[in-house]
Design a protein around this ligand. Structure first.
Ligand code: ADP
Ligand code: MG
Length: 279
């Protein structure tokens, strides 16, 4: 069955630094891993392309420093790309590179089409707001104005991520790491976005807590049909969650395919290493 991708990411580039005569030309760049030894410019993302299809969980795996977070920040408009295109299959934005839209339209997309769960909950939550207040903030951004409505929606969302009712007015700073991530997930889902980005959502959590959060993500995806991009350095996490997987190394995509295929028959030497280290 042929389906239009929900998100098309094409030739995304992001570098940090001025570049020099040794590295400016993409075709014969001599880099050490992802940086230019002559001028120190970091090529965090080089020519990253992939599709996200409706209702799938796409995994992005790669070692620390491979450019995963930079890529997510660019997709979520937290950072500007050096160059590249992203197309969202939405009647309003059809055929437009959303990276080139006005900041007002980007804000609209963030508020209505995207949800983001950061590795560090401090980036995604106001630690001194109540959990309900954190969700209400996103609901207001998405245009909600009815206070009792917002409170009811927030409670329902927090319930769905298993935050007990009596803690809903608590501030996330008083929560454990696993609970903070669950509040972030509830907040990210509050505007019913078609696309959810999750960056290392379980990194740093205890294994049992990690398993809980991963189960929750799977359950949410099954029940809502939302499309997700899940980034992790840990292939075990990606294996658990994703239908298809993109492997990144030094800012580039080195392999992609069905997760099962990649696990059974990894092509790139780096992917082989990743897969064998799982066993
Ligand atoms: P990952 O999420 O895969 O661990 P990152 O996207 O965080 O990788 O980082 C990719 C590369 O970009 C790394 O080499 C990192 O040091 C570099 N980098 C990230 N942010 C900046 C920045 N603001 N300035 C300079 N270099 C950066
Ligand atoms: Mg990262």
């Amino acid at each position: 069955m042929y389906e239009e991708p929900l998100l098309r990411v094409r030739n995304l580039h992001k570098h940090f630094g001025p570049g020099c005569h040794q590295c400016r030309e993409a075709t014969d760049r001599k880099l050490e891993k992802n940086y230019c030894p002559a001028c120190g410019t970091v090529y965090a993302c080089q020519d990253v392309s992939f599709d996200l299809f409706p209702g799938e969980i796409l995994g992005i795996v790669g070692e620390s420093g491979s450019g995963k977070s930079t890529m997510m920040q660019c997709l979520y408009f937290d950072a500007d790309v050096t160059s590249g295109e992203v197309y969202l299959n939405d009647p309003v934005f059809a055929g437009q590179n959303v990276l080139e839209l006005s900041s007002q339209k980007k804000r609209y997309i963030r508020n209505h089409k995207y949800g983001m769960v950061y590795q560090n909950p401090i980036q995604g939550l106001k630690m001194n707001f109540s959990s309900v207040g954190n969700i209400a903030e996103k609901l207001i951004a998405a245009g909600d104005r009815n206070v009792s409505n917002m409170e009811a929606t927030s409670k329902k969302l927090l319930e769905s991520v298993h935050i007990p009712l009596f803690r809903m007015k608590d501030e996330p700073r008083n929560f454990s790491g696993g609970m903070q991530q669950r509040v972030q997930i509830a907040k990210a889902l509050s505007n019913n976005p078609p696309v959810l980005f999750l960056d290392e959502v379980t990194t740093g959590l205890d294994l049992s807590v990690q398993a809980n959060v991963l189960d929750l993500i799977k359950k949410i995806q099954r029940e809502s049909g939302i499309s997700m991009i899940v980034v992790s350095h840990d292939l075990a996490v990606i294996r658990m969650l994703s239908d298809r997987t993109v492997v990144m190394l030094n800012g580039t995509v080195i392999e992609e395919g069905l997760t099962d295929q990649i696990l059974e028959d990894p092509q790139a030497a780096y992917t082989q290493q990743l897969v064998y280290s799982l066993i």
